[in-house]
Ligand binder design. Sequence first.
Ligand SMILES: [Zn+2]
Length: 163
Amino acid sequence: MKFKLDTQTHPPTLSLIGDIDESSDFTKAEVPKSGAIAIDLSEIKHVNSMGLRAWVEWITKLKHLSPIFYRRCSSSVINQINILDGFLPRGSIVESFFVPYHCEPCDNTFNYLAQRGRDFREVTLEQPELNAIPTSMTCPNCGKMAEADIIEGRYLKFLKRSR
Ligand SMILES: [Zn+2]
């Protein structure tokens, strides 16, 4: 999918759509001068190394914005956050992200949006990380139980990273 930027002014939310690769141009993104910003990452499917470099360069320039909320992160984004520390710089917070589920009986796959505070929280000096993400959930297709299609130690690794 072609990379696209979409800005909403109220509240300041930037939606990134498509793949993050060598053609992704972040410089056109309109960001506020101060305060918080939310970046909706639900439509990011693929991220390659060239795109990764451009992303890190761009996001580290947004130091003046705090916090930066990473909203509705796709599983590709979560994978990148886990692999590359710089993908989620200090002062940024994962607000919500998608967890894929797979139903064995009917071979259905669906996503659950995990919310910070309710389903997860990252580790702090005061308390360990919270992981209340359901390991199984009723399949909306057949009504049987579907399992979370993740390897917790890998997918939720970023919650253990002290920020
Ligand atoms: Zn099912």
